[in-house]
Design a binder for this molecule. Sequence first.
Ligand code: CTP
Length: 401
Amino acid sequence: MLKGKTVLLGVTGSIAAYKTAYLASALKKLNADVHVLMTRNATNFINPITFETLTGNKCLVDTFDRNFEFSVEHVSLAKKADAVMIAPASANVIGKLAHGIADDMLTTTVMACTRCGKLIAPAMNTNMFENPVVQDNLEILRKYGYQVISPAVGYLACGDTGAGKMPEPELLLEYILQEIAFEKDMTGLKVLVTAGPTQEAIDPVRYITNHSTGKMGYAIARISARRGADVTLVTGPSALKPPEFVNVIPVKSAKDMFDAVTGIAKEQDIIIKAAAVADYRPKHVSGEKMKKQDGALALEMERTDDILAYLGEHKSADQFLCGFAMETENLLENSRKKLAKKHLDMIVANSLRVEGAGFGGDTNVVTIITDREEVSLGKMSKEETASHLLDKILELRKEKA
Ligand code: CTP
């Protein structure tokens, strides 16, 4: 995902420095060219060799290190950087950067980074972090275009509890991916994605649901956000971590999803309905736990509203509507029928019978169907599938415009 991208990681003197090793490793696994710059104090917490081993690049500490290929290393690195993240950022380095002080390799390089995205993850004792001078310096950095990542709240190495913990490397990676993983070709677009199953209550204890995990819809929401869209994800109950940079609306039943979706549908440019919505729900929901009786139990079921069909009926001329079809037989024929019946611009067909497709897995095998073409994508990760779907949607929107 980060092939051809250069990421600079600035590490300063904070106990959280060890966590940056995980970040460097994760970036490298995504094929980024990672260069780590450390302050002298940071080398008291973690050895530069750790970063050199993980990144395959020399870890830079001293501006006048004669081992560098050439003496203006800080400028050449700054020029080729796509993003620079300072994590952990100490109060000292925050103060220096805010006031134009460049007296070591890290600060001189960051100062020379004028075009790439600059992210800063403060990590320090709560009292230091809350000190007005640090807050003022962070405000100055924001003014100069730095993105300040709020520290987490929790137990700190000094024994205090409060704000000041460096966020986990997984979250820092999300910020970097959001910044550089994709071209921002969806900026200005409002995208609504639905995902996951619904739960239809029988009584306060039981419900009817399906095997959907939400992975496909979450991937679409995440990639849309990384491409710059303003994304809302309406999700049925899912064990997945909510995607960052996405407005998440959790719901339970088909009725909840209908209300949440129709309430905001009008303002959306693109709606993608990946959720596996229940078609039926118990007609009567018992207020008390149902006690078992001798013999069989028959539940009377009633139809839920078809949200996608409703959206198809009410969509405006410039809104793009994409549905999903999960089938076990006659995949293409059934999907084409749904495309026409629900007035969709596109339907994504996937079969439970195909290896690598379906619920729960990390891959999918889908066919994109519109009223004039059918494009089969091979087996690929759900994130790659999401990317292809979005490419197609953008292409079709352009043609429509
Ligand atoms: N869908 C919906 N509301 C429902 C049922 C389905 O919005 N009450 C949407 C799904 O989110 C999906 C599409 O309709 O995008 C197709 O869902 P699917 O269950 O495959 O098809 P159905 O239309 O329910 O038809 P059938 O059950 O006959 O296959």
